[in-house]
Design a protein around this ligand. Structure first.
Ligand code: A2P
Length: 339
């Protein structure tokens, strides 16, 4: 069987990755419909060796597609995902718009694929936040083995998570500053080159940012555990591709670093890289950029807590954090639910 697939936001950082991952993983695509704004209509993108024209989303008839992969922003999904679903096109939505709705499954295939069956209510499946996905892929085997009470996490997030304009801002600022010129900030409120910004998404009344609160809400929903405590600080750093996270957990039962390393070594989607020598840990640039696994290193017992465990988790935010996870959801959908 083949399935006609619409990619909404096909000219964006995530949309482009979705199209190349569909091709790399041999997803059974019949027709591919790359959709974007009227600004991009008529441009060509390459898919499986041929050129495919980009169509204006506003003019597309979703009854032509069986699956829609959406990554063009929350307001676009708010408007068009229900239209697509009503036309019989199952939506995998990469934006945060539907993630907290109780009747929308929020899926990380390695973690909670069983929740996918709930998609039939609204015909929409949500792809979680990039930082949540990689953290939960790494924590799932430990959660299942010994339970987790609390997660303290600090993130070091790449600019590609913001989109193409942010990639250009980092490159442009870096070049200008190295040439002794002034660097303007448009996408971010402060200079991102050679800097670290403790601010991702909007500020909330409780002092956390929305990105931080997404990690709280989404972790509880995906683990189906409203009691799990999550305390995040999300930081944007001058890295193009790959989010890094310092994850500090308090488990219900004690787990040693050795046991955790052993569990993670055979966990789906995880690659352990944990040698206690110079360079024996994963980094965004050297390991994760352009690759699929969630890399885990620096696994060690917390010297300040009897049931504490620390680790360093790195993954390509555009791939596992967004496009790859969406395509994996679509793969599960066609394997089990679509005919
Ligand atoms: P376009 O390139 O035509 O603006 P990124 O996250 O990298 O900034 O990409 C955002 C994606 O969302 C792009 O593909 C962009 O298309 C698309 N997009 C933005 N606004 C709209 C809109 N109003 N209608 C359709 N697609 C949109």
């Amino acid at each position: 069987d083949v399935y006609d697939v619409a990619v909404v936001g096909a000219t964006g950082a995530v949309g482009e990755a979705m199209i190349s991952i569909l091709e790399q993983r041999n997803f059974p695509v019949g027709e591919l419909y790359p959709l974007a704004s009227s600004r991009s209509a008529g441009k060509s993108i390459s898919f499986r060796g041929s050129q495919v024209k980009v169509t204006d989303l506003a003019e597309f008839d979703f009854s032509k597609a069986r699956i829609g992969l959406f990554s063009a922003g929350g307001s676009i999904s708010e408007k068009y995902a229900p239209i697509a679903a009503a036309a019989g096109c199952v939506v995998v939505d990469n934006t945060s718009h539907f993630r907290r709705d109780e009747d929308i499954p929020l899926i990380v295939p390695e973690v909670n694929l069983e929740a996918l069956s709930g998609y039939t209510t609204r015909g929409i499946i949500a792809n979680p936040n990039c930082s949540t996905i990689q953290m939960l892929v790494a924590l799932k085997p430990i959660y299942d083995a010994v339970g987790i009470e609390r997660i303290n996490v600090c993130t070091y997030q790449a600019v590609s998570g913001t989109g193409k304009e942010a990639i250009e801002e980092l490159a442009g600022q870096t070049a200008r500053l190295l040439n002794g010129q002034e660097a303007e900030s448009k996408v971010y409120p402060k200079q991102i080159a050679f800097n670290a910004l403790p601010h991702i998404d909007t500020f909330q009344d409780n002092g956390y940012t929305r990105e931080e609160m997404k990690m709280v809400w989404e972790t509880q929903k995906i683990f189906d555990d409203p009691s799990i405590q999550v305390n995040p600080t999300c930081v944007r750093v001058p890295v193009f591709f790959g989010h890094s996270e310092a994850v500090h957990i308090e488990t219900v039962d004690k787990i040693t670093a050795e046991q955790a390393r052993e569990l993670l070594s055979s966990a789906p989607g995880v690659q352990v890289m944990d040698e206690r020598v110079d360079g024996g840990y994963p980094t965004a640039v050297s390991e994760s950029a352009g690759t699929d696994p969630v890399f885990v290193g620096r696994i060690r017992e917390d010297i300040s807590h009897p049931r504490g465990l620390d680790m360093w988790v790195v993954a390509d935010n555009v791939r596992k954090g967004a496009a790859l996870n969406s395509v994996q959801i679509a793969e599960a959908l066609v394997a089990t639910y679509l005919d």
